[in-house]
Design a protein around this ligand. Structure first.
Ligand code: BGC
Length: 420
């Protein structure tokens, strides 16, 4: 049902926090000491280059966030800028981030800081990154250096972003290391900050392609464990589990999370007869919103409700949710449907405290600039920022602490169709 004009009015609980999310490598530009930058140089896909040039334009971007009424902003601090060479701390880069954090605080914007959003220094990559357990000491040194300096500005922490989705064979040991690295980050942060700590979790709704088929259902449960439950279970019990691994118990892991940080986009079809379990979407739900093939070609807000109902033991923040589209009307439809689902999840007892739209602005989507997620349009030649109607809709949603048909109609004259 895409007829968002027919949605009833819904309001969010008092104190609900509204904002948007970004990540350093995707917006800053010239993140030259990171392993992802290095990889891009020989890759057949688009390089991040100057990205949104946020590194130079961050003052203007902070103004923009305030103008749009955002109450919260999620950003990452690039380890490869802070420690570009092993053991060498770049104080100018640190001062730059502190200036940005100070400006955000000056605007009354709560900051969610992610310490590792897919990128890390190339020197760390060359040592094997998180594969050898022994390398966690480098991450610990970085976190111990950074956290006391930025803690006064941080309202919520994410140690990592989305390490949960990998499920290639043999990834079990790495996943145990990542869980332990998360816990290590948690305990270091806790020494310097009282702010809540989490790791942003990519919460995919896995859906058996053939609902009647035992194999598809078994594969779904297996993948759901490998990507979702292994993390929730470890945080809740301290028990590290993964297929083909002997379980381990780690007392430091148990309870090392204060809230669930949920990044939520889409469901994936599970087809057990496919080597990578990837099933085709149902044709009638297929919604290609951009011209190139992209993983996000469906709206499935009901999956959000089903997933959140698994997280009733702690507060929840939606730390990413959004769509890539060329026609901004799809974004308005997306936001309306997902907020409607979110308010239903709250009604059903999930303690959702805030929503951060992905993303503040169009940015570098790991290999392409074609997937535009932004509330704000970015011209990647001139770096000019232009507000999209969805940015203004979102500002009205924030002011109303909810959505009603008047707001929807103000920014959406008619429903979009794939025919243009
Ligand atoms: C990631 C972002 C990414 C977004 C949209 C999330 O999985 O954290 O870095 O840009 O999805 O694909």
């Amino acid at each position: 049902m895409y007829d968002v004009f027919a949605l009833p009015t819904f309001r969010f609980p008092e104190g609900f926090v509204w904002g948007s999310s970004t990540a350093g490598h995707q917006i800053e530009g010239d993140n030259i000491h990171s392993q992802v930058w290095k990889k891009e140089q020989d890759a057949p896909y688009a390089k991040s280059g100057k990205a949104c040039n946020h590194w130079e334009l961050y003052r203007q971007d902070v103004e923009l966030l305030a103008e749009l009424g955002h109450q919260a902003y999620r950003m990452s601090i690039e380890w490869s800028r802070i420690e570009p060479q092993e053991g060498h701390w770049d104080e100018a880069a640190l001062a730059h981030y502190i200036d940005e954090l100070e400006r955000l605080r000056g605007k009354g914007i709560q900051v969610f800081v992610t310490l590792h959003h897919f990128t890390h220094p190339q020197w760390f990559e060359e040592k094997g990154a998180f594969d050898p357990y022994d390398n966690l000491k480098y991450f610990e040194r970085f976190v111990s250096y950074l956290v006391p300096k930025v803690a006064p500005y941080v309202a919520n922490w994410h140690v990592f972003n989305e390490f949960n989705l990998k499920m290639d064979p043999g990834v079990g040991r790495w996943k145990f290391n990542m869980i332990r690295a998360h816990a290590l980050g948690y305990h270091v942060i806790r020494q310097h900050s009282k702010a809540p700590i989490s790791t942003a979790h990519a919460f995919v709704d896995w859906f058996p392609r053939r609902r009647h088929d035992k194999l598809d259902n078994a594969a779904r449960d297996y993948i759901d464990w490998c990507t979702n439950d292994f993390f929730f279970h470890a945080m809740r019990t301290g028990e590290l589990t993964y297929p083909h691994m002997d379980a381990e118990y780690d007392a430091d892991v148990k309870g090392a999370i204060d809230y669930w940080a949920v990044n939520t986009y889409v469901r994936h079809m599970v087809d057990a007869r496919h080597a990578k379990f990837r099933g085709k979407r149902f044709a009638h739900k297929h919604l290609p919103m951009i011209k190139e093939p992209f993983y996000l070609e469906e709206m499935f807000p009901e999956g959000l409700i089903a997933n959140l109902e698994r997280l009733t033991d702690k507060p929840v923040y939606i730390t990413e949710n959004g769509c890539a589209c060329d026609d901004d009307r799809w974004r308005i439809v997306w936001i309306a449907l997902h907020l409607s689902a979110l308010s239903e999840a709250i009604e059903r007892g999930v303690d959702v405290r805030g929503y951060l739209y992905w993303s503040t602005m169009d940015n570098y989507e790991w290999g392409t600039f074609a997937a535009r997620f932004g509330l704000v349009h970015v011209d990647f030649e001139t770096f000019e920022r232009t507000l999209k109607p969805s940015a203004l809709l979102y500002r009205d949603i924030i002011r109303a602490n909810g959505l009603n048909p008047e707001i929807t109609r103000k920014y959406l004259k008619e429903l979009p169709t794939l025919g243009g």
